[in-house]
Design a protein. Structure first.
Length: 154
């Protein structure tokens, strides 16, 4: 029974909204946090050297604190932040689709766990976005009521 729920678009939509809401809440509270995510779905711009890429595990933990936290924002259902990697602190902009975030963590404690295993195609991505527009608009309206939050979105 669980398998039929966790791979549905409706459940994925709920998880995506929950992930976004929790992250926005942490932005508002200026609370540093970590994300455990599927590295195969994460994009780096510029691309990282192979020596750094080879160090990542299938599920990789990123901590958003300091400069990384200050640069973080959500755009089009993607968490974007700048980070430095390796001993040379190689800089890259990291783009993490919200549904690829498996856990949101504070102080080594998971505060949100994403159980969705939904795999999106181009058509289903559009459907997911259209179905979620109202909820995102309500969430964003609340978030944007505070003028201090404008720095998190571009």
């Amino acid at each position: 029974m669980l398998e039929h729920i966790i791979d549905e678009i409706g459940f994925a939509k709920i998880m995506q909204k929950s992930i976004q809401d929790v992250i926005i809440y942490f932005f508002e509270k200026e609370q540093n946090f970590g994300i455990l995510c599927k590295i195969e779905e994460v994009h780096f711009n510029p691309s990282l050297p192979e020596s750094i890429n080879a160090e990542f595990r299938p599920l990789t933990l990123f901590f958003l604190a300091g400069y990384t936290f200050d640069t973080a924002r959500i755009e089009d259902d993607i968490l974007i932040f700048e980070a430095g990697f390796g001993s040379d602190n190689y800089g890259s902009v990291v783009s993490v689709p919200l549904l690829s975030i498996m856990q949101v963590i504070i102080d080594e404690t998971p505060v949100l766990i994403n159980l969705s295993v939904y795999k999106e195609s181009e058509g289903s991505k559009k459907e997911l976005q259209e179905n979620d527009e109202k909820g995102v608009e309500n969430s964003m309206a609340s978030f944007l009521n505070n003028p201090e939050n404008s720095k998190f979105l571009k």
